[in-house]
Design a protein around this ligand. Sequence first.
Ligand code: NAD
Ligand code: G6P
Ligand code: MN
Length: 449
Amino acid sequence: MKKYILAVAGGGSTYTPGIIRSLMDRLEDLPLSEIRFYDIDGARQSKVVVAAKAVIAEYTDSILVTDTTDPQTAFENADFVFAQMRVGKYALRELDEKIPLSHNVVGQETCGPGGLAYGLRTIAPMIELIDYVEQYAKETAWIVNYSNPASIVAEGVRKLRPKARVLNICDMPVATMRNIAAILGVEREELVVDYFGLNHFGWFTRLEVDGIDRLAEVREHVYKHGLLTEDVSKIDYRHADSSWIKTFKNIKLIMDHFPEYLPNPYLQYYLFPDHIVETSNKDYTRANEVMDGREKTLFETVEKFEETGILEDSFAVGVHGTFIVDVTVSIAQNLGKRYVVMTENNGTIPNLPADAMIEVPAFITADGPKPEFVGDIPYFYKAMIEQQLASEKILVEAIIEGSYEKALQAFTLNKTLPSAKVAKAVLDDLIAANKDFWPTLNKEYTEGL
Ligand code: NAD
Ligand code: G6P
Ligand code: MN
């Protein structure tokens, strides 16, 4: 069987060792000759690569590992690129969360103004990555992208590099399916779902096991317990953090109001922004929880490994690692397996714009995702989706044109922002915080007045 060269962009990510374990568990399906780690922060990446190498060594000594900050070294002749860049790292994530909260607005890394801010940082580096891959990698190479905010990244790529072979994915649908399966007492792989929406903005409409729709049963469970079982150890360790438990419990709040479908957990930010702000700690957000938890543990584990040769964390990353490997195997072997991913609408949901980057079940082939027909969606969902879509599309226009006015329109259209006045105040604070990362936003009509 052919052996592949895989590059990981954002090799210094906290997810890297876990993704490597998922890859090692699946070497029979995706044989690898080389793994190349690429990051702009070489020092951070080198520490993470220590852990990645230790995981690889548990399986094989025949994979060449390269740790580099040079794009040519990373991407030359590569078959696949996994992208997981966090532009601005946790320092800026913390500001994306805390600046909106200081205005009593949702502070979240991918939803609301924080997500828009992260989008303004990420489009240019993502396009740079695509151009490196185009220049150096194989013509058939695919970028499988986790880098957030995935919805805005998907729209930016669609607009600026429409022919690029980029598959944008998110682990939230599959993580939600993991919880559903635990509730139903079945394996996640037995569950077949229908789902529609945008990334971090969608609904499950059917939860089928052995040809029978179990949504009614799950709805009943959610009414009592949210989207959790008694035994939270059945969900991956990351989602066992208190903030994630709160999120899965909040699904009850959403379904108490809108019981028709099962929502993506991220809809809590758009439907209940007031509740989210009231229950947030403005001084200690998810970024702090991650820095004090996952990030700290990773670097301590590496330090101890270097001292003792013992790897104390197994880095079992769960659905996050499994999912990116699953879709990549489906591309590599042209399996056409059905997964929920981002793809261009083109009539899949006829009553949404053809050029929307939607999130739906699609068959994953060597030529990319082939979405399954969904059909028209009811007005409530269509209206919500179109408002969010407009916010994201206008944000991408703001980035391309360097337009302050469009950025303000994008912020104002975001459902988490209560008024144009608040949108402007949050945007202006975020501009100051992101001056090293954002494109310059010019005021077309009033600059210099
Ligand atoms: P992290 O900060 O630990 O790692 C990100 C790495 O990206 C850092 O080492 C950083 O130096 C690097 N980086 C930043 N800009 C870069 C650039 N221009 N080129 C190359 N590398 C660059 O972050 P993390 O929490 O491990 O998350 C990694 C990414 O995965 C984030 O974008 C996060 O939002 C995303 N993520 C997405 C999903 C999903 O569902 N789509 C799930 C989990 C994580
Ligand atoms: C989920 C989402 C991702 C997001 C991640 C954040 O998995 O699908 O898009 O990046 O959560 O998790 P964290 O543990 O970093 O808060
Ligand atoms: Mn996601």
